[in-house]
Design a protein around this ligand. Structure first.
Ligand code: HEC
Length: 496
């Protein structure tokens, strides 16, 4: 059944890294249970739309296929690659955007109505905790479009006129090949198996080639605060009444009160598994520019950049002289950046900046000390810090991204590596989620409720694994400080 027979010279007849479609299919779990995931935050438990709400209510598209759908003739495959990246990155990005919008714009991104192809959403984002200081679950999907709450941008992030916090609300939509992989992990929705992303246990835990995501990022920012937001696509969404995370996070829970308000589309992220990339993935982004030519808000989206690798050997000092530049981005060859947009959108009074660490691509609403692929290569279960600053190692070394991004590159550059899609980023992780941070986060959300002390039985198998992991991590850490230290009678000290 498995096509890994050795030829007489001892060479594998099939490359071990690439699991074929037929192998994925023959090993896939069938008879999966579908349709059990909640749609939005506190559904049926106090989070439902008020009777005054007459609009459409979001439903998670969750009928994930258990048979791997055949690859389409994806438009991006027409663009040849050279040295690991597409020869025409702008055309490649365009092909990704067109594919992500096709049929979805007409359906107002209620993607189950798409007339051209099927689209799906990720489970377990209804109860979502994005940042440790947020109250558990409160970032979960709202009921109008299923947007989750993401980072808040403090005053001055987008420009001089934005004085107060603005909130980001976003949602990602995945194609059928991506959905197949999600569906394998959640074949039994009460007992997810993160290692089943690829049904082939001898392969990397990867998504199939052609897996694709489009993510729409909305902000509460207004035209008065960010002039280029004029004419942006506006949606209703059930969002926080209080915009300041500091105020909300002090509690009580009632400070997370939500009400219907307006959000505006300012960024579109795209992510595709294309085996021609050295990491297996390409990540790209568009930003909204109300001054751009174009009849609709969709056609006024401007390509900002595309990344297929992090250039793991290029240190900060090789591109930038200091925290405020000047910078020469030439050494970053595993990406394409729209330099004109940097000038047009990130020059005072605007600062719609899409450059991350040392000039790598990051989205305008992302952390400027990171990069698309930097954060996404960490994706796995359990989740780990996505930036050196957030890790205990960074705290021990006293990293200071604001003043000295050029120091401690030995640790920092680990966060700008090129992890092969499907391999884990860190030895503290059990499973890779192949650059999918929503899958990683969803699993974390699952565990946060289903492995809690008072959770109903039966206990999912992940809970036991996580308990073992916690105990053994602690032991490993304890043993660091006594390794080689003589105990009573000169015997080794064994940590409990
Ligand atoms: C600071 C870390 C960080 C950076 C930088 C970042 N992302 Fe993400 N991204 C996340 C997290 C966390 C999630 C999952 C949570 C969510 O979607 O709410 C995510 C989700 C996504 C998703 C949905 C699918 C998935 O993998 O979970 C896409 C697509 C995406 N990001 C693309 C991008 C692109 C393109 C860029 C660069 C322009 C980028 N991201 C930069 C952290 C980051």
């Amino acid at each position: 059944m498995v096509a890994l027979t050795c030829a007489s010279e001892g060479v594998l007849s099939t490359p071990a890294s690439a699991t074929s479609d037929s192998l994925r299919n023959s090993l896939a779990q069938k008879n999966c249970r579908r349709g059990t995931f909640k749609d939005y935050y506190l559904q049926g438990n106090g989070g439902d739309p008020p009777s005054s709400y007459k609009g459409r209510v979001y439903k998670l598209s969750q009928d994930y296929p258990s048979e791997l759908p055949a690859k389409e003739e994806y438009p991006w495959l027409k663009i040849p690659f050279k040295d690991g990246g597409p020869v025409d990155p702008v055309a490649y990005l365009r092909a990704l955007l067109d594919y992500g919008l096709e049929g979805n714009v007409a359906a107002d991104f209620y993607v189950e109505d798409n007339k051209i192809r099927k689209w799906y959403g990720s489970p377990w984002m209804d109860w979502n905790t994005e940042v440790a200081s947020d109250w558990p679950g409160t970032d979960g999907r709202e009921f109008v479009h299923g947007l989750t709450h993401e980072f808040d941008s403090a005053g001055n992030t987008f420009g001089e006129r934005q004085l107060e916090f603005v909130d980001t609300w976003a949602q990602a939509y995945v194609n059928d090949r991506y959905a197949f992989a999600l569906g394998q992990v959640y074949c039994d929705p009460d007992d997810p198996k993160p290692g089943a992303l690829n049904p082939d246990p001898t392969g990397l835990n990867s998504m199939p080639d052609g897996a694709f995501v489009i993510k729409l990022l909305f902000s509460t920012v207004t035209e008065a605060e960010l002039p280029t937001v004029k004419g942006a696509l506006e949606w209703d969404a059930d969002i926080f009444v209080n915009k300041s995370p500091r105020f909300r996070n002090e509690g009580p829970l009632s400070r997370y009160e939500r009400r219907i308000g307006k959000v505006r589309l300012i960024q579109i992220d795209l992510q595709v598994r294309d085996e021609r990339s050295p990491t297996g993935w390409l990540l790209g982004t568009y930003g909204y520019d109300g001054n751009a030519k174009g009849e609709t808000p969709w056609t006024r989206m401007t390509p900002l950049g595309l990344q297929w690798g992090n250039n793991p050997k290029v240190t900060y000092a090789e591109t930038c002289k200091g925290p405020n530049g000047p910078c020469n981005y030439e050494p970053l060859t595993e990406q394409w950046i729209n330099r004109q947009a940097v000038k047009d959108l990130a020059t005072a009074p605007l600062s719609f900046n899409h450059l991350g660490f040392g000039g790598r691509l990051a989205g305008p609403v992302d952390n400027p000390k990171s990069s698309c692929m930097g954060c996404h290569q960490t994706a796995g279960f359990p989740m780990v810090p996505i930036l050196a600053e957030f890790a205990p190692n960074g705290a021990v070394l006293g990293l200071d991204a604001e003043k000295h991004p050029e120091t401690a590159q030995g640790l920092r550059m680990m966060y700008f590596g090129n992890v092969p899609g499907g391999a884990v980023f860190s030895d503290t992780q059990l499973y890779s989620s192949d650059y999918s941070l929503q899958l990683a986060m969803g699993l974390q959300n699952f565990v946060s409720l289903r492995c809690a002390k008072d959770a109903p039985s039966p206990r999912p198998s992940l809970c036991g694994q996580l308990a073992d992991w916690t105990r053994l991590q602690r032991k490993a850490i304890d043993s660091v400080s006594v390794f080689g230290t003589p105990g009573p009678g000169g015997a080794p000290i064994t940590p409990k």
